[in-house]
Design a protein around this ligand. Structure first.
Ligand code: THU
Length: 160
């Protein structure tokens, strides 16, 4: 028997340490959270994606009285990007959440289903997606969804 350790590099930084482009991406995710429709959880999430060429698009979580019919901010954003701009790779993604009128302190991490969709997007465009998890205390940056989804199941696990 042996032990295997899987490690993830997470860059921890403050908003002030981001470049202007990174700040714009995070700001866009924060703004998008204002357009969330979250009457049930009151947890308003925004996401912003930087596409190759520089276009930034955004989305927010959209809930439903039949709970599973809602969708997270990350998937709203990526599905919009992939359907409107199918020829542009997603280069980076920022996520921010607020509740009760305040952005949350800890970095907001994507749920499991969104991680899987982020992985699909990376594989579709053969381009790692740099992910910014915004919190008012600190920001986490990971270079690829693989850091948040080790031992992932992707397209190469299916027969051709
Ligand atoms: N949610 C997101 O939009 N993204 C996340 O990363 C975590 C959770 C949404 C789903 C639901 O509308 C609400 O937040 C509470 O789970």
């Amino acid at each position: 028997m042996e032990n295997k350790n899987i490690t993830t590099k997470i860059i921890v930084c403050s908003y002030e340490e981001l470049t202007e482009t990174e700040k714009k991406l995070v700001d866009t995710a924060k703004e998008a959270s204002n357009r969330s429709y979250a009457p049930y959880s009151r947890f308003q999430v925004g996401a912003a994606a930087l596409l190759s060429g520089g276009l930034i698009i955004s989305g927010s979580n959209q809930e439903n009285a039949a709970y599973p019919s809602g969708i997270c901010a990350e998937r709203t954003t990526l599905f919009y990007a992939n359907s409107q701009y199918p020829d542009l790779a997603v280069e980076s993604l920022a996520i921010a959440a607020q509740t009760g009128g305040s952005f949350i302190e800890r970095p907001t991490a994507p749920c499991g289903a969104c991680r899987q969709v982020i992985l699909e997007t990376e594989e579709r465009y053969r381009h790692p997606i740099r992910i910014y998890l915004y919190g008012t205390d600190e920001i986490y940056i990971v270079e690829s969804i693989r850091g948040l989804l080790p031992l992932c199941f992707g397209k190469n696990d299916l027969p051709e």
